[in-house]
Design a protein around this ligand. Structure first.
Ligand code: ME8
Length: 630
């Protein structure tokens, strides 16, 4: 954690021509979760989000609707504010770039840069993509098309104003090398450094009003407005008081994280730092670019009409489950595939079976056998001490991962802890033990309940609704020490809470015939080239569940390094789902997907078998999931 006790995080400000979809919701939920964690760790936090309201697309949409651009923005912004409220997002400020304070500060920056000679006037011709609201050089086009929108841009030649970005090239390369956390993850940093190997051009920062009037007017030429990105990027400083309240600004700036998607890396990692340097403003600490949510291998976006609405999902599954899934299933930095099936698998396995089941077991047993009062911890043995020491270490582990923006690992740690408690209950069997020894059972239930309370607190930033309900039910010594083991008050009443996450029954699908087993054959020799056609990788099992009506099969999701996959494996008679979860296995990575019992299987798990025995192959020491096996 940085020494500064304040923590400032931003999301991109979203274009108002789209209603928010899962992609927008993702970055915003991510910022919310990180902020809530930091606040609960005791830091003072500021979370800024908002909307990017100027530019050609907004003007065009407003024209189509026959209303003014401002009216269009005022209408559209409601969709964002409404979605964020329903997703339980608690931002500190929602900035709109059409607000007077922002426009005024943008003009002041422009005027300063003009006076300092950082901006100059020139004739310019270039390929302009309306979708991206930016010029492309010929080299950047793909088959003459904009690389983002795959549509031909317009060639435009006109007088414009330019920011002397090129003069900062060497400085920026040096800065990125000297500040290893400035751009994360590493592969994005390398991408930016690769981009900076080409000569950096000056940035066109104006649009003539004859072509675009919906923007911030240049203070030194009223026939022009400023380029939408020059206006938009400055929201990160104007949103915390820049040129309005220096004290506030000093308190929050530089930002700890600008969270963005990988689509806007150049604007954030090249334009923005050079603009700040020219304006004499310190640079943000980290720009973190996450991957895309994909649908059927394409980026989810309005233009591709493959969007999932976060509000529809909340309607079906509840806000906490949606927040959990998005954070849990995207490994920060990589792309993730969105399918409702994966969502349901994750939900059933971790929220219903692990977390929900633990809450249910603990509360039912305490209610039935201890008059609903928290029992006393008397004489902890080895099994108890194992859970207690896991619990003692858990808060610090989660904090370490959150500080490093490793939310997957933070979530993993809490879920693993919950699984360990469930396993502990299987060993101790308090439902049987209570008939023989009420004191011993009390100890077991104290340990399980205290573990559950701790997990609920550590999951609170992710699932504030359900976890609040749980946390309120537990009587504690001191709510401030919520991450400390041993806060639960024996003898006090355990409050009520509803069933946390009822299982989702997936709609029954037409069963497919089981794949035919190839008969045992004498081993044929194959060419080395044929062998090379198969690609093997390591993969960590994230979830596993039985498939109804197929007693040999497990449906498994794995982390295969750069992506997640779903596999159907015929190992259910040899491995219980909870036994296989967490194992690093070996998969055949380039098999064509097949449907088994109507469920898509994207690869196979390698296993050795002999007569009735079967064992999956695992690497014999720790290695990253996705490592090549050769
Ligand atoms: O680019 N998966 O706004 P925008 C994950 N106004 N994240 C996604 C996503 C997907 N499929 N689709 C969108 C703009 N996002 C500018 C930003 S900032 C000064 C100006 C998220 O409405 C992701 O954070 O196109 C991405 O960077 C952002 O939405 C783009 O939002």
């Amino acid at each position: 954690m940085s020494s500064k006790n304040s923590f400032y995080v931003t999301t991109p400000i979203y274009y108002v021509n789209d209603k928010p979809h899962i992609g927008h919701a993702y970055t915003t939920i991510l910022a919310d979760v990180v902020t809530r964690y930091q606040r609960e760790f005791g830091r003072e936090t500021f979370f800024l989000t908002g909307t990017d309201e100027h530019g050609q697309k907004v003007q065009q949409s407003a024209d189509q609707r026959g209303i003014s651009p401002q009216e269009h923005c005022d209408d559209m912004v409601v969709h964002f504010k409404d979605a964020w409220e329903k997703l339980n997002i608690r931002y500190d400020k929602f900035i709109r770039t059409t607000e007077v304070f922002h426009k005024k500060a943008v003009q002041e920056v422009l005027q300063d840069l003009w006076q300092k000679g950082e901006i100059y006037e020139n004739e310019y011709g270039g390929f302009y993509c309306v979708g991206c609201e930016r010029f492309y050089t010929e080299k950047e086009l793909e088959n003459g098309n904009c690389p983002q929108h795959q549509k031909p841009p317009e060639y435009i030649k006109e007088k414009n104003y330019f920011f002397k970005m090129s003069k900062y090239q060497e400085w920026l390369v040096r800065y990125i090398h000297e500040n290893p956390d400035f751009i994360r993850p590493e592969h994005r940093k390398n991408e930016v450094l690769g981009f900076l190997k080409q000569p950096l051009e000056d940035l066109c920062i104006s649009r003539p009003k004859s072509r675009l009037s919906w923007g911030v007017e240049l203070p030194f030429d009223t026939d022009y407005v400023t380029y939408v990105w020059f206006d938009a990027l400055l929201n990160y400083v104007t949103g915390v008081g820049y040129r309005q309240n220096e004290q506030d600004f000093k308190k929050w700036w530089p930002a700890d994280y600008h969270l963005i998607g990988k689509d806007i890396v150049t604007t954030h990692c090249v334009y923005w730092p050079t603009m700040l340097q020219a304006a004499g403003i310190p640079l943000p600490k980290t720009i973190f670019a996450h991957g895309w949510w994909m649908m059927d291998k394409a980026k989810m976006s309005k233009s591709l009409k493959n969007i999932v609405s976060p509000l529809d999902l909340i309607g079906s599954y509840g806000v906490d489950a949606v927040r959990y899934y998005l954070i849990r299933d995207m490994m920060l930095g990589n792309d993730a595939n969105f399918t409702e099936e994966l969502f349901i698998t994750r939900y059933n396995s971790e929220l219903a079976n692990d977390f929900g089941n633990l809450a249910n077991r603990v509360s039912t047993l305490i209610r039935k056998n201890y008059d609903n009062k928290i029992p006393v911890l008397t004489d902890p043995q080895d099994e108890e001490n194992k859970i207690i020491s896991l619990g003692r270490a858990l808060g610090a582990t989660v904090q370490k991962h959150v500080d490093n923006l490793d939310l997957n690992k933070a979530t993993d740690a809490v879920i693993d802890f919950i699984r360990a408690i469930n396993k502990y209950l299987e060993i101790r069997q308090p439902w049987k033990l209570v008939r023989e020894d009420k004191e011993k059972t009390g100890t077991v239930l104290y340990v399980a309940a205290e573990g559950l309370r701790l997990a609920a607190n550590l999951f609170h930033p992710l699932m504030p609704g359900k976890c609040d309900e749980l946390i309120r039910a537990f009587p504690v010594v001191n709510p401030v020490e919520k991450y400390q083991w041993g806060q639960l008050l024996s003898g006090h009443v355990l409050g009520e809470f509803s069933t946390l996450f009822p299982r989702i029954e997936a709609s029954k699908k037409e069963p497919m015939p089981e794949p035919k087993k190839s008969e045992d054959k004498a081993e044929d020799l194959v060419d080395f080239d044929d062998f090379l056609k198969l690609k093997f990788k390591t993969a960590k099992v994230l979830t596993a569940e039985k498939i109804e009506g197929a007693d040999k099969l497990l449906k498994i999701t794995v982390d295969a390094g750069s992506e997640q996959r779903q596999l159907v494996a015929g190992i259910a008679r040899h491995y219980a789902p909870e036994e296989i979860v967490g194992k690093n296995v070996v998969i055949v990575a380039n098999l064509k997907p097949a449907k088994i019992r109507g469920i898509e299987s994207q690869g196979m798990i390698l296993a050795a078998s002999h007569k009735k025995e079967l064992a999956v192959l695992t690497p014999d020491r720790e290695i990253k999931p996705g490592a090549k096996v050769s």
